[in-house]
Design a protein around this ligand. Structure first.
Ligand code: SPD
Length: 427
């Protein structure tokens, strides 16, 4: 007869594959499979990914638990498997060692709850037995796999199904399509949420329609970035637009979204579109002057391939590529999440376009950290912005197109800034 209630093994897996160590979906699957191999009954799993690196998670089993914390940058996983009854924790150990491709490891085994040290309570447990009988194992377990977009102090987490529809490390970034419970499928670039099926319209309507209504006659539009296709979809709703050029650096973003987010990537076949898979920064550097009515910069955050989209030289080149009267709109970051990037971008635009020619529009995206996000404008020449002149025209467009975020009242309201934001961008 066993002299302990449980058996606990504490494992160091070293020199593991770092990509696996940073892949929350793969780790959740491996941990659940390890439990099943050891003939445990899985009750539920909760796993989080931490941006930029690391996964933590627990699989609760009827026989106790399996837990993990990973440090991909060290190829290291700290794992513990706690079992009671007949379950053999070493089967789970062997399985995980293979799955994580651990080149070295160590483990210690401890007996937990030594019966020599414990005193058994003498009380009637028959009612507890009855309750346990009433609990019917539904035959499936609950998965809690979390995708977290965060900096060192704030985070936004979305629970996702654990299913990964696309996962590709391109020369520029890791491109993934995952599925969240609340917001449907989502595009993530390097662990940052870019867009989701259920709230993409907030962003895509607001990057495009205010500028298209501010400009008296927009015909030629340039989109930098925007590989998911949501921005060009909105721009192409405007019948007066004759030509849209889109320059996206990463073809795998387009490929992923065409396949898995077709409602967003709905306009790649439009004959007015010229699509270039190329570097947008180099493109505007070489662009002819006085060419575009509107330039929309639909880039990701200022890390990785989008870093150059936040530079003075890039916006100077955009200014030159705009016609005498033209509008630039840039993904402007958040005044609550990354104040520095937000302020610096606005100061750059003020320097290039003029102090009173760099308005900011605020809008709300539930799947971005803090939820509060911005587009920042540069108004060149005689653009009479940012407020609209013709609410009825906007309302008729909104209802004919079935827009779900933008409307004429919101157009003006989005340029009204809270005092702390005004303060942040004051020069
Ligand atoms: N942190 C999110 C920044 C948003 C970047 N662009 C989103 C792409 C949508 N087309």
């Amino acid at each position: 007869m066993s002299t302990a209630l449980g058996n606990h093994i504490l494992v160091e897996f070293m020199n593991c594959d770092p990509h696996i160590m940073n892949d929350v979906a793969a780790i959740e699957r491996d941990m659940v499979d390890a439990a099943k191999k050891a003939e445990a009954t899985v009750i539920n799993s909760t796993f989080h990914h931490f941006s930029p690196y690391g996964v933590s998670g627990v699989v609760v089993i009827q026989e106790s638990h399996l837990a993990i914390h990973t440090w991909p940058e060290y190829g290291y996983a700290a794992v513990d498997v706690f079992t009671c009854g007949e379950m053999n924790a070493w089967i789970a150990f062997d399985y995980l060692k293979e799955s994580f491709q651990a080149k070295s490891y160590s483990a210690i085994e401890m007996k937990r709850g030594s019966v020599n040290l414990l005193t058994r309570n003498d009380f009637d447990i028959s009612s507890m037995r009855q309750k346990a009988k009433e609990w019917v194992n539904p035959g499936f377990y609950t998965r809690n796999v979390w995708f977290t977009d965060k900096d060192e102090n704030q985070a936004l987490s979305l629970r996702f199904t654990g299913d990964v529809f696309y996962d590709h490390q391109s020369p520029y970034q890791r491109v993934r399509i995952l599925e969240s419970y609340k917001y449907g499928k989502m595009l993530a670039l390097d662990d940052m949420v870019m867009t989701t099926e259920n709230d993409e319209f907030h962003y895509h309507e607001m990057i495009s329609h205010p500028a298209l209504f501010m400009h008296p006659n927009p015909k030629n539009v340039l989109v930098i970035g925007g590989g998911d296709g949501g921005t060009i979809r909105e721009v192409l709703r405007h019948p007066g637009v004759e030509k849209v050029t889109m320059v996206e650096i990463d073809g795998s973003v387009i490929e992923a979204c065409k396949e898995h987010l077709p409602k967003i990537a709905a306009s790649f076949d439009n004959p007015k579109l010229t699509l270039l898979v190329d570097d947008g920064i180099a493109f505007v550097q070489q662009a002819s002057q006085n060419t575009y009515d509107i330039i929309l910069v639909d880039g990701s955050d200022p890390v990785g391939p989008a870093e150059g989209l936040f530079s003075v030289s890039f916006y100077t080149n955009c200014y030159n590529a705009l016609k005498t009267d033209g509008i630039l709109v840039a993904q402007g970051e958040s005044p609550k999440f990354n104040e520095k990037a937000f302020r610096e971008l606005n100061h750059t635009l003020q320097d290039i376009f003029g102090t009173d020619k760099a308005p900011v529009s605020l809008f709300y995206v539930p799947t971005y950290p803090t939820g509060m996000w911005s587009f920042q404008y540069g108004l060149k020449g005689n653009i009479n912005g940012p407020y609209h002149q013709n609410g009825a025209e906007i309302e008729s467009f909104v209802s004919s197109q079935g827009l779900r975020y933008y409307n004429s009242a919101l157009h003006n309201a989005s340029f009204a800034l809270p005092n702390f934001v005004k303060e942040l961008i004051k020069k």
